[in-house]
Write a protein of this length. Structure first.
Ligand SMILES: C[S@@+](CC[C@H](N)C(=O)[O-])C[C@H]1O[C@@H](n2cnc3c(N)ncnc32)[C@H](O)[C@@H]1O
Length: 297
């Protein structure tokens, strides 16, 4: 996560102090923030080649095979590729079928918090995995929106060359979905997950979400803090379905603690009815260690 070169380094989930906006210095470890570095600072050709190489490496290794199995067993992603894949169709898939019976064009995708993939090996692996995922689910890159306030201009340029949709606004994770959507949030702060859950906190909407990110049950160990500051995660832990994504030891810093998280409609009924009424927007005023970059103002 924090490497500046291609050397492997130990990089654990990093705690961030709350920030209003990233600094503009191109010298920042995570790439300099929006407009922090010019396109000249990232060799886009080299970066694209490395991403391609990383995709090939992942494609050939066990990790992708293992992930594919878990993903195809997971309800929301299983509904996507082709009826010939043998995977059972999810309720979401059935719900999305049009009256003509035509199969919908798969889920949308949103990736927050990838990090500086031109300088950070973990982020590059995560990006390569995202691209493989899109390929397999037959989601065209344009239907995948990406945002991280630390992306440099050069990285934004690379993402556009990959045909991904680069978001220009910091949504703080508060994106309301109207159709099945995969959120790819690798090693992101709890506030991003909590905001996402809040924005979609409706019995009919939560089942549309598939989150590929940090396991919620791992976060649960924080106990009281979770209940006080991240109430939506705290409630979701009890009703979500988590499938752990396997991680080989050599990629521990990249994919450790990762799971596919879905919200089966049948389990949401276990939450008290009052939880759905007028869910309050999270404020995090008492959070000493907020791991999210907030938008200005
Ligand atoms: C702990 S780092 C993880 C980086 C990378 N995915 C990894 O595993 O090394 C968390 C990332 O979340 C990003 N982040 C913080 N606030 C965000 C926001 N409002 N929207 C999207 N990403 C955000 C940070 O810039 C940072 O890159």
């Amino acid at each position: 996560m924090s490497e500046k070169t291609d050397e492997w380094q130990v990089a654990r989930r990093r705690k961030k102090r709350p920030e209003r906006r990233p600094e503009r210095s191109p010298a920042r470890g995570h790439g300099g923030g929006p407009h922090g570095g010019g396109p000249q600072e990232v060799d886009s050709k080299k970066t694209l080649r490395r991403i391609e190489e990383t995709m090939s490496e992942l494609r050939c290794g066990d990790v992708w095979l293992d992930w594919s199995k878990v993903l195809s067993a997971s309800s929301a992603t299983a509904s996507t590729p082709s009826p010939a894949d043998g995977a059972p169709e999810s309720p979401v898939g059935r719900q999305e079928r049009s009256s003509t019976g035509a199969r919908p064009p798969g889920p949308d995708c949103v990736c927050y918090g990838l990090g500086s993939f031109s300088s950070c090996v973990s982020a590059r692996y995560q990006l390569a995995m995202l691209l493989l995922l899109l390929e397999t689910l037959q989601v065209t890159p344009g239907r995948c929106s990406v945002f991280d306030p630390v992306f440099s201009e050069g990285e934004l340029d690379v993402l556009r060359q990959l045909d991904l949709t680069v978001l220009t606004e910091n949504e703080e994770g508060k994106r309301l979905v109207k159709r099945p959507t995969i959120f790819y949030l690798m090693h992101c702060g709890k506030a991003l997950y909590n905001n996402l859950l809040w924005r979609n906190w409706k019995r009919e909407t939560l089942p549309l979400l598939t989150i590929i990110g940090n396991s919620f049950s791992g976060i649960q160990t924080i106990g009281r803090e979770l209940q006080r500051d991240y109430g939506y995660i705290d409630q979701a832990v009890a009703v979500c379905e988590e499938r752990r994504l396997p991680c080989p030891p050599r990629l521990l810093d990249v994919f450790n603690d990762t799971a596919v998280i879905t919200f089966p409609d049948s389990d949401l009924g276990k939450l008290p009815q009052c939880t759905w009424a007028d869910p309050a927007e999270p404020r995090y005023e008492a959070c000493p260690d907020l791991e999210i970059i907030l938008r200005d103002g």
